[in-house]
Design a protein around this ligand. Structure first.
Ligand SMILES: Cc1cc2nc3c(=O)[nH]c(=O)nc-3n(C[C@H](O)[C@H](O)[C@H](O)COP(=O)(O)O)c2cc1C
Length: 203
């Protein structure tokens, strides 16, 4: 099959997110100007450079009340944030923090998570997360939108500090079986890394 108009794929749901899958999940913590913490997951996310380590994620559509996402507002106001990564055991807490709640609500408390101090940024990291990347805000790009109520953005951040739970390190390497990072598929589906294969490059 082929389609170039998303209204004409003839399937039960738009398959786009099921096709570009799995996508890792940036579980982004930030603080507002008064220091109120905020936490939300974003699966339009990836690493895009490693010297220096750089990440990109996309806080897109406004919330149902028409206001922009708290995460984007906080990052633009404070110039910093933390990308936490969740293992399988944190899947439900991650999902809970996607609720559209008032900006005054602390999603750490909502999901029963512990804010831990970061080293280089004011935003707390998630104590329970196996990995946290402290980030400085580099830039926001506004992407095209085909709907007046939809906005699309890319936020790019430089990683200035990396926390790794020692329990997922074995023989000097990250042990993926212990880490089990979760990732987003299409629809309401998720996966976690359970199998790994190695392949050497030809040169
Ligand atoms: C697994 C998962 C992935 C998500 N990915 C995105 C995303 O990539 N971009 C986005 O704008 N919203 C995404 N959302 C929705 C946001 O998490 C949700 O709108 C959240 O309330 C935003 O919080 P904030 O207003 O505190 O920033 C995702 C939700 C879940 C559960």
């Amino acid at each position: 099959m082929f389609f170039d108009d998303r209204r004409k794929h003839g399937l039960r749901h738009n398959p786009f997110k099921a096709l570009v899958a799995p996508r890792p999940i940036a579980w982004v913590s930030s603080v507002d100007v008064d220091g109120v913490p905020n936490l939300a997951p974003f699966s339009y996310f990836n690493a895009c450079a490693d010297r220096p380590p750089t990440i990109v994620f996309a806080p897109n559509n406004p919330r149902p009340n028409g206001e922009g996402k708290d995460t984007l507002r906080n990052i633009e106001q404070t110039n910093e944030f933390v990308v936490n990564l969740a293992g399988y055991g944190l899947r439900r807490a991650m999902n809970e923090t996607s609720a559209h709640v008032d900006p005054s609500v602390d999603e750490f408390a909502l999901a029963g998570l512990t804010p831990a101090p970061s080293v280089h940024v004011k935003a707390p990291r998630i104590e329970e997360a196996p990995v946290s990347l402290e980030c400085r805000f580099l830039t926001r790009l506004r992407l095209p939108s085909d709907h007046p109520k939809v906005e699309n953005n890319l936020v790019i951040g430089q990683v200035v500090g990396t926390h790794i739970d020692d329990r997922i390190i074995r023989d000097g390497m990250v042990d993926m079986a212990a880490y089990r990072p979760i990732a987003r598929l299409g629809y309401m589906d998720y996966t976690s890394v359970e199998t790994v294969f190695e392949m050497l490059r030809p040169d």
